[in-house]
Design a protein around this ligand. Structure first.
Ligand code: GLA
Length: 407
């Protein structure tokens, strides 16, 4: 009897393993560039050759990532989003990249990127069509996974337009199995939880984390500070932290959507704020901007090694809001070396810098000690016992700190 039970357990275990995503990838949050927020579905390359979705865009961005120090800092992925294929599959049912905009096909792009030590991501949709109306994976899960693998794709973002949300638990998991079966290491990014949230369903993030490497849980980012703050607010809700904050970790990341630094809306302080929050969330860092036109100060933020180290911290804990009152917020993030990351945020529009104080006790550090406080934007170290005070600019200013036992 014991033997039979043991065999059953073993069988159960092996089924569980092969059903789950077993790619062992992205042990720290993935970093790179993604087309959607900045370039949308602009396919008019005749009229706007420098502003449309085509092969040249992805090659240009790959070269800029490589030549301007981004790839060396970790931004080594270039991801295609919607609107890349033809509206019709070929006679074998395979997806075809638009031959005018992608004259050499997707494999050519992947090969080029691999030669540069970079990776290529692509976009699909679990439903019958993508959000932009291109062919979806419904009915073609096996075939499209094999196609992506044969092209040398390294990451798949799978959207959820034109699909029944109730089928997604099983359907997204079917894609997990299909990707596993290709034998290629493909990072799997799922939009599944956000679609279920919008439909009012309860999302089991434990289950999502079993099947996906990263996943969207909230609406699309837009080029505005309001959009950035609405995402931060969503991540700050205690219930949401309990639901999905706790599952964040190596290989399984909540995705608050793209970085919009370098686009049109954010002030310098707000740009720092978005980057700081995304780093402290241990979020995937995908910029969506025109790297050819980026200001020096934006580039400096994106390449801030102290902040990137917080993002890439091996523990992968998501920052948690500790307090919020009068437009002033304090957040904390546990780090692998026992230090604590602290954000002081002044989102008030009452136009003068305010003095904010964080006590070490409120961010979970024991009292009666002298700590090293590193400001991760100015890179200046100081010491403090019991608490730390500093001025924070209004309208989105942040101070990003790392509080450690010693400098
Ligand atoms: C959805 C996704 C976006 C983007 C578009 C493309 O809205 O959430 O990130 O991929 O579809 O159509």
């Amino acid at each position: 009897m014991v033997k039979v039970y043991a065999v059953l357990c073993l069988l159960g275990l092996s089924i569980a393993v092969s059903n789950a995503l077993n790619n062992g990838l992205v042990r720290t949050p993935p970093m790179g560039w993604l087309a959607w927020e900045r370039y949308r579905c602009n396919i008019d390359c005749e009229k706007e050759p420098d502003n449309c979705i085509n092969e040249d865009l992805f090659l240009r961005m790959a070269n800029l990532l490589n030549d301007n120090g981004y790839a060396a800092a970790g931004y080594d992925r270039v991801n295609i989003d919607d609107c890349w294929p033809l509206h019709n599959r070929d006679e074998h049912g395979r997806l075809v990249a638009d031959p005018v905009r992608f004259p050499h096909g997707i494999k050519y792009l992947a090969d080029k990127l691999h030669k540069m030590n970079m990776k290529l991501g692509i976009y699909g949709d679990y439903g019958t069509k993508t959000c932009g109306g291109y062919p979806g994976m419904m009915g073609y899960i096996r075939k499209d996974s094999e196609t992506f693998a044969s092209w040398g794709i390294d990451m798949l973002k799978l959207d959820g337009c034109y699909a029944d949300v109730k089928l997604m638990n099983e359907g997204y998991a079917e894609v997990t199995r299909a990707l596993n079966q290709t034998g290629r290491e493909i990072v799997y990014s799922c939009s599944w939880p956000d679609y279920q949230r919008i439909a009012g369903m309860n999302v089991s993030y434990e289950n999502v984390a079993k099947h996906c490497n990263l996943w969207r849980n909230y609406i699309d980012i837009q080029d505005s500070w309001d959009s950035v703050t609405s995402i931060i607010d969503f991540y700050g809700e205690p219930k949401n932290y309990r639901d999905f904050g706790v599952v964040n970790g190596p290989g399984q990341w909540n995705d608050p959507d793209m970085l919009i630094l370098g686009d049109y809306s954010l002030s310098k302080d707000q740009s720092i704020a978005q980057f700081v929050f995304w780093c402290y969330f241990s979020a995937p860092l995908f910029m969506s901007n025109d790297l050819a036109k980026i200001q020096d100060w934006t580039k400096e933020i994106l390449l801030n090694a102290d902040l990137i180290a917080i993002n890439q911290d091996p523990l992968g804990r998501m920052a948690q809001r500790v307090s919020a009152s009068g437009g002033r917020e304090i957040w904390r993030k546990e780090l692998a070396d026992g230090s604590v990351g602290v954000i002081l945020w002044n989102r008030s529009t009452y136009g003068t810098p305010v003095l904010m104080t964080v006590t070490f006790a409120e961010v979970g550090l024991s009292a009666g000690r002298t700590y090293c406080i590193r400001d991760l934007v100015t890179h200046v170290n100081s010491h403090a016992t019991t608490s730390f005070s500093t001025y924070v600019n209004p309208a989105g200013g942040v101070i990003a700190l790392k509080v450690s036992q010693a400098c």
